[in-house]
Design a protein around this ligand. Structure first.
Ligand code: AHM
Ligand code: MG
Length: 337
């Protein structure tokens, strides 16, 4: 038997570029550089206490959250890897107050890169899966200098999106608008290898992911949905539901990509002026596009996440995503208010 040929990320991108013309040269370079950065973040995560990378950095990000050492390391790795290649005009990160304009000493490209360098920060020190989430936008046409306004594009304008989950395996999940592909890091070869193409999320599920400790703060449509799930076989859904909550969006979404499910991080009453906890540009948009590309759905309860026009870089949003029929059900409960 001839051994099956392994398709590396590089080969996959070259072939996509050649066959479908979906990936222009600069975008291919960008995706390869992001993948390389993820590989290096994966190594740092793997070393853990041996690398002296655990614990807090004794600083706060723009959202007032305490930064972990690995949040800052991952942010620096992504910036340093991406600033000199000539493929980007600027970057924006959950961990930086303002946008990062590519310095003048480097050539400027036509893309903008946005990322949550290390999602699931509360799981870093306890050896639970965490990840990097990224989103790629095109610079608006005829724009000479890059500013924050250039980044404020709705998620439907993304040209690439993905995440890399650092778990028992390191897996990179990617879309360029032609379905979703998964690549597993082969540590001996040092490269990402294609392990699944055409990822599909089943339309129905019996598994939900939500932080139940916030239940008393939720709005009534979300309470109703979860309450009906909890009633199981004896309730209106007439089936039992299972619950999972990893508290790393990247890991919860990866489970949904693999076997279906619904993920919710809804608005709650504690801070009524805040639309949600998760960030639109670094978390919700890339995940929403990946989920849609795999046949799922993503809304904020009222509208499709990818249609939301952002008004500021660090904007937050309510997130409901995953198996299509369940997302549509929760969304319909919001309109029945
Ligand atoms: P982070 O980007 O600072 O890590 O925060 C986002 C994370 C998500 O990954 C996860 O879904 C959520 O916060 C968990 O929140 P909670 O601790 O409230 O359950
Ligand atoms: Mg995050």
């Amino acid at each position: 038997m001839t051994p099956q040929k392994k398709i590396s990320l590089t080969r996959y991108l070259v072939e996509q570029q050649r066959i479908d013309g979906l990936i222009p040269g600069q975008l291919r370079l960008l995706l390869e550089v992001v993948a390389r950065a993820c590989k290096s973040i994966s190594h740092a995560v793997n070393k853990g206490a041996l690398g002296g990378v655990l614990g807090t950095a004794h600083s706060e990000n723009v959202q007032g959250e305490v930064q972990k050492k690995l949040d800052i390391i991952a942010n620096e790795v992504l910036i340093e890897a991406n600033e000199w290649g000539g493929h980007l005009a600027g970057m924006a990160s959950e961990e930086m107050d303002a946008i990062y304009v590519v310095p003048n000493r480097y050539p400027k490209g036509e893309y903008l890169l946005l990322f949550d360098p290390l999602d699931g920060s509360s799981n870093i020190d306890v050896n639970v899966s965490i990840g990097t989430i990224f989103s790629v936008l095109h610079m608006p046409e005829d724009d000479r200098g890059v500013d924050e306004g250039d980044f404020l594009q709705p998620g439907k304008r993304q040209v690439a999106a993905g995440y890399c989950v650092y778990g028992p395996q390191t897996t990179l999940v990617l879309t360029v608008g032609d379905g979703v592909a998964m690549f597993t890091l082969d540590r001996e070869q040092g490269s990402f290898v294609l392990t699944q193409e055409n990822v599909r999320i089943p339309a129905d599920t019996q598994e939900f992911a939500i932080n139940m400790s916030n239940m008393r703060h939720w709005a009534s449509p979300v309470r109703r949905y979860i309450d009906e799930c909890l009633q199981g076989r004896d309730g209106p859904r007439e089936k039992d539901f299972n619950m999972r909550w990893i508290a790393s969006m990247v890991a919860d979404v990866h489970r949904i990509m693999t076997r279906g499910g619904i993920f919710l991080y809804p608005w709650d009453k504690r801070e009524p002026g805040k639309p949600g906890k998760l960030r639109l540009m670094y978390e919700a948009n890339p995940m929403a596009w990946l989920v849609e590309q795999a046949g799922g759905a993503a809304t904020n309860g009222k509208e499709r996440i990818l249609d939301i026009q952002p008004t500021k870089l660090h904007e937050r949003v309510s997130v409901i995503l995953g198996s299509k029929n369940e997302v549509e059900r929760v969304t319909s409960y919001h309109s029945e208010l």
